[in-house]
Design a protein around this ligand. Structure first.
Ligand code: ADP
Ligand code: MG
Ligand code: ZN
Length: 613
């Protein structure tokens, strides 16, 4: 409601000001009040055509426009006031100069009615606006009449005849998820069989997983497989400035879906409205969010379960959802969607290169091996970048080198043409060498794949390390290694030049995140203990989760870990100064070093595990 009131008040103020300005213009514009001296002068000059007097007030009109001596342009009509002590025999003077003295006011004063109307105008405009807003609100709430700003009822994104719908064919790498959704598809295909058995289907399925893992795609595929209408809405669409619209949209959406059941309603990004109620600070639109959420819950409760409408929702943050959403009878089936493993990545790459002509040498299995952690969306993007490169290079087909160049661009960001002063280039070379050397020295760390001092994206240089195989859990040693590696850039600048630059900002962010996780979530600090002391939600205020003493201890422990790691980074770089210099020199000469060269120059033999385990 707050939003609506504010708007109303601001509009009212603006209208009031404008009306006042207009009124004062009408009041003053044409007939200035001139001095009696000026008036007498004009009479004596024979320039006054006629006057009208009432008491000592005089209004009149000149024959020829005159400049107003009191400033402000020319005037022909005027007001003036005759001082009562003036014994100038005005009457004789007027007759002498042929001035008509009329009985009609020269300046038409507005009638009482007109005055009243004009002074009421601002109020009328405000009331009018008020009614408009009120009507819109009612339209939103009750769904009555075609008022301003109303949208057409929701339409299913449906079978355009002849167009191929998304099916499970287009989804890969998440087979277990497909399995879970198969029941849903089966139910939608023949709801009657289930009805006869008296079996009830889940009313809601919640797809939870990181962005880009294919949740939206899956929801479409379910609808496509089942061949039913698919209503899609993003939760943020429901939240509008005007209260009540969200809830009514939800009601309409469900009503339309029921009409054409069996059907699917898909609510994307449901965390925007489904955040736990009453928790944390939320800015504005709070009531609206809550109303919309309540409406969704009400609608889902209203299902009898045999109507054949299934609600699928997607979220990146299942952990922050209101528990009311995941209660039985609502989104009681939660399906985790994870980034694909190596085989999954290969299958996804195959899907996304279906329409791309590939050269003989393209080895998708190899690409899949070098892209751990990438999601379906990343891989789709990678395939597309490779195709774009091939077009730019005027090739017939996409080759393996297009693939690896595209991967470089996706992983490191686009190259930025930037001429760096020699001194900064040198410092960057040492910074990146610091990262790389510590990464190579640390046992069990992700191997260094590439080092470059070509500016890319926001960075002046990049050191890329990726694991050999997918990792699902991390040891404390590994995490410390990551911190040491990330601090390596700063440590190298410190050890070699004894300066600190701004170039380490994102390194430090990464370090802070890892250290915070170790101390407050993964039980890796004796002092804090095996507690999950901070929520896994950066947006939430820390204070809500832990006692102030705990927060102090967390802070101290994070500092301790990072300080220890920094010491170690500096010590190792001093101990291996020769290797650091060699790497930096090679980088300055070549700009970019590949994995094999980097290890050779640093004189470190990499413990290669069998890659095709
Ligand atoms: P999310 O909704 O989880 O953020 P999307 O479904 O929007 O992710 O995925 C974006 C794009 O990435 C899809 O349109 C598709 O091209 C590709 N993609 C993601 N996951 C997969 C997958 N498992 N199989 C095939 N393509 C995928
Ligand atoms: Mg999505
Ligand atoms: Zn760095």
């Amino acid at each position: 409601m707050r939003g609506g009131w504010w708007r109303l008040i601001v509009t009212a103020l603006v209208v009031y000001l404008i009306a006042n300005l207009v009124l004062s213009y009408f009041d003053q514009a044409n007939e200035p009040t001139i001095s009696y001296t000026e008036f007498s002068k004009q009479v004596n000059d024979g320039n006054v055509a006629k006057i009208y007097a009432k008491g000592d007030s005089i209004q009149g009109q000149l024959r020829k426009g005159q400049k107003n001596p009191e400033g402000g342009g020319n005037y022909t009509k005027f007001n003036t006031e005759r001082p009562s002590f003036a014994h100038d025999d005005l009457w004789a003077n007027l007759t002498k100069h042929n001035v008509t003295v009329t009985a009609e006011p020269v300046v038409q004063h507005r009638s009482f009615l007109a005055n009243l109307l004009i002074s009421l105008a601002p109020m009328l405009i405000i009331v009018g606006l008020w009614i408009l807003v009120a009507r819109r609100m009612r339209a939103g709430l009750g769904g009555a009449g075609g008022m301003l700003g109303r949208k057409a009822p929701p339409k299913p994104v449906e079978l355009v005849p002849g167009e191929k719908r998304t099916t499970f064919e287009d989804v890969a790498g998440i087979d277990e998820v497909e399995g879970e959704l198969n029941d849903v598809v089966d139910f939608l295909k023949n709801p009657d069989a289930y009805r006869r058995m008296g079996a009830k289907m889940p009313r809601g399925v919640l797809l939870a997983g990181p962005p880009g893992t294919g949740k939206t795609l899956l929801a479409r595929a379910v609808a496509g497989e089942a061949g039913v209408p698919f209503f899609s809405a993003s939760a943020s669409e429901f939240i509008e400035m005007i209260v009540g619209v969200g809830a009514s949209r939800v009601r309409e959406l469900f009503a339309e879906a029921r009409k054409v059941a069996p059907s699917i309603i898909f609510i994307d990004e449901i965390d925007t409205i489904g955040r736990a109620r009453g928790g944390g600070a939320s800015m504005g639109g709070h009531d609206e969010r809550e109303q919309t959420l309540n409406q969704i819950l009400t609608e889902m409760d209203g299902f009898s379960g045999s109507e054949g409408v299934i609600v699928i929702a997607a979220t990146n943050r299942a952990d922050i959802l209101d528990p009311a959403l995941t209660r039985p009878g609502r989104f009681d089936r939660i399906v985790q969607v994870s980034p694909p493993d190596r085989g999954g990545r290969e299958a996804i790459l195959e899907i996304h290169t279906r329409e791309i002509p590939l050269a003989e040498d393209v080895d998708l299995a190899q690409v899949a091996r070098t892209t751990p952690g990438m999601t379906g969306a990343d891989l789709a993007n990678l395939a597309n970048e490779a195709a774009l490169l091939a077009v730019k290079r005027k090739q017939e087909r996409v080759t393996q080198s297009d693939m690896s160049d595209a991967l470089e661009k996706v992983q490191l960001g686009a190259e930025r043409p930037l001429v760096m002063p020699e001194e900064e280039r040198r410092r960057t070379a040492y910074h990146e060498s610091g990262h790389a050397l510590l990464g190579m020295l640390q046992p069990g760390a992700d191997p260094v794949r590439k080092i470059t001092i070509v500016p890319r994206g926001r960075a002046l240089g990049v050191t890329l390390s990726t694991p050999d195989a997918d990792k699902y859990a991390y040891t404390e040693e590994y995490l410390r290694g990551r911190i040491i590696g990330a601090l390596g850039g700063m440590a190298a600048e410190h050890v070699v030049y004894d300066v600190i630059t701004t170039g380490s900002e994102s390194d430090l962010e990464q370090v802070t995140n890892i250290a915070r996780g170790m101390v407050s979530r993964w039980g890796m600090s004796e002092e804090v203990g095996r507690l999950s002391a901070l929520p896994n939600d950066a947006q939430q205020a820390y204070g809500l989760a832990a006692a102030p003493q705990t927060l102090d201890v967390i802070d101290t422990e994070m500092r301790r870990i990072v300080d220890e790691c920094y010491e170690e980074a500096c010590r190792k770089l001093r101990d291996h100064r020769g290797q650091l210099d060699a790497l930096a020199q090679a980088l300055l000469a070549n700009e970019t070093l590949e994995e094999a060269d980097a290890y050779r120059i640093a004189g470190i033999t990499r413990l290669t595990k069998d890659l095709d385990q």
